[in-house]
Design a protein around this ligand. Structure first.
Ligand code: FMN
Ligand code: MN
Length: 489
């Protein structure tokens, strides 16, 4: 494994594949190598969870399996900024630039693609890959860090999204497809009674992982956003058994088809809101081949841990900021709070120019993604990435009788158990899909009046507090003599 991190891009993004990033984490004390042979059922996830946000975890020979597992390699905001080659404060702007200026990928021949060094045309998925079982009530092993890549049956454009995939049978895997782009492609294929060709890429570099989570228009290819983030076209290769193009430098690819009308029970599974989603009939991927590098590394995401939450929240923040700024150029920053599982609670920093404006911003945010359940708008003297400052703004600038917006009966997240998904029938049946996830939206205008008198809404500060250089001001050699209160050295 090389540890060289020479830049391959204008953006400064130095890590072209997962191995380069893992080697960098190892060199900087951020990769814990766990003892050999850790059980894939629960134990592996338990250890990774304890290391969450501190170190990535690398598991050689899990359960004796030849393929190692890695988890938690993008579990801090600062690490993600570092992988992109920017500071944390530039993170959203950089992602947004990439989403707005995608870079077409570059196809390479199959015999040059690292992810196709080994090709399995038969064999059971779980024999070839070490697939962990994560949470207590999960219905068995799940692939949690697979980029599902598919082609629009009408236009041929590709889409990338992450989906939980239950691996029960040797070559059949059930997949949860919420109603977005993959869903639209599948419905097109199903209407034509055709299977939808897919590939599941595992062991992907951090930038391509992030790009998969952009809120981009239908038919905008997230692998082109990945290329823009890298500052160089993403190298892709055609699958061995279908026409899908996959990242050539990833570790592992499962090729298959989602068969029309083929459903099987999937779940329960512990999800990002830290609850289980119910067992229901889901679509099935029929596996045709597995390809991988000569010595592949398998990536698993422990659900609801920082890697999972940040992967969803950072790309969404970047695209939500762009969305809001189209109508409100005075929106300065946004944050999807970790306490709101990185999806449900949005904080917006606004340089307010007119009374009432925060309520318009709140309505625009609800329209941007159905997951958003609560929006808090604050002024430009509040740091939206600091939940304590946001709470301070609510405590001191918000009055529920005039500053609260409630929208009942809107579309929300089916993974939020407090929505209508919780209305289970006595016989254990869940509500029909079109009635699931109905949710109220709540907006809080926690801004001060545009005009106020004296210093009633001026945040207290001490002149010079931000530029005190403590190293220059503190005398580390000095000791206080408490008998006299004097100082000696
Ligand atoms: C770790 C992880 C697991 C996810 N699991 C699912 C899933 O099981 N089903 C789903 O529909 N979306 C899931 N998502 C969310 C989608 O991948 C995400 O919303 C994506 O941007 C959708 O892409 P699209 O806009 O191209 O449809 C997951 C995201 C992450 C980060
Ligand atoms: Mn998409």
């Amino acid at each position: 494994m090389s540890t060289s991190a020479s830049s391959n891009s204008a953006s400064g993004a130095p890590f072209r594949d997962l191995r380069h990033w893992l080697a960098h984490l190892a060199d900087t004390g951020r990769l814990a190598v766990v003892r050999e042979g850790v059980p894939l059922k629960h134990r592996l996830a338990a250890i990774a969870k304890r290391l969450d946000g501190k170190q990535a975890a690398y598991f050689p020979k899990p359960d004796g399996h030849a393929v190692p597992v890695v988890s938690g390699f993008m579990a801090r905001r600062a690490w993600i900024a570092e992988a992109i080659g920017v500071s944390e404060s530039q993170l959203l702007q950089r992602f947004r630039d990439a989403a707005e200026h995608p870079l077409p990928w570059q196809e390479i021949p199959q015999d040059q693609a690292p992810c196709q060094q080994v090709v399995h045309r038969e064999g059971a998925v779980r024999d070839i890959l070490p697939i962990p079982t994560h949470s207590e009530h999960d219905n068995g092993p799940y692939i949690t860090a697979g980029l599902v890549i598919a082609r629009n049956p009408v236009t041929g454009a590709q889409n990338v999204s992450i989906h939980r995939i239950q691996v029960h049978a040797p070559t059949r895997m059930a997949i949860l497809i919420l109603p977005r782009h993959l869903w639209a492609f599948y419905k097109e294929a199903e209407a034509r009674k055709q299977p939808l060709e897919v590939a599941v890429a595992i062991g992907v570099d951090p930038l391509t992982m992030l790009a998969s989570q952009a809120i981009a228009p239908l038919d905008s290819d997230e692998m082109e956003i990945a290329g823009a983030l890298h500052g160089a076209p993403l190298r892709v290769v055609k699958c061995r058994t279908n026409d899908v193009r996959v990242p050539a430098d990833c570790e592992i690819v499962i090729e298959g088809r989602i068969m029309p009308g083929d459903l099987e029970p999937e779940g329960p599974f512990g999800e990002f809101p830290k609850y289980y989603s119910a067992r229901e009939q889901r679509e099935v991927i029929s596996v045709d081949a597995i390809t991988h590098r000569r010595d592949p590394i398998y990536h698993t995401i422990v659900p609801a841990e920082m890697e999972h939450l940040l992967l969803g929240s950072i790309p969404r923040e970047a695209t939500l900021l762009a969305h809001l700024q189209r109508s409100f150029p005075n929106v300065l920053d946004v944050h999807l709070a970790i306490g709101g599982v990185g999806r449900y609670h949005l904080y917006v920093k606004l340089r307010k120019t007119h009374e009432g404006q925060p309520k318009n911003v709140i309505c625009a945010a609800f329209g941007a993604h159905y997951d958003i359940k609560q929006v808090i708008v604050v002024d430009d003297d509040v740091e939206v990435h600091d939940p304590q400052q946001v709470e301070w703004a609510v405590a001191t600038r918000f009055q529920a009788d005039r500053d609260l917006v409630v929208i009942p009966g809107a579309q929300g997240s089916v993974l939020d158990p407090s929505t209508t998904v919780g209305w289970n029938h006595a016989d254990g049946e869940t509500a029909p899909a079109h009635q699931q996830g109905i949710s109220a939206k709540m907006g809080l205008d926690a801004t001060r009046p545009v005009v106020y008198h004296e210093h009633v809404f001026t945040k207290v500060r001490v002149p010079g507090e931000d530029d005190v250089d403590l190293a220059a001001e503190i005398d580390t050699a000095a000791r206080v003599d408490f008998a006299t209160g004097g100082v000696r050295r």
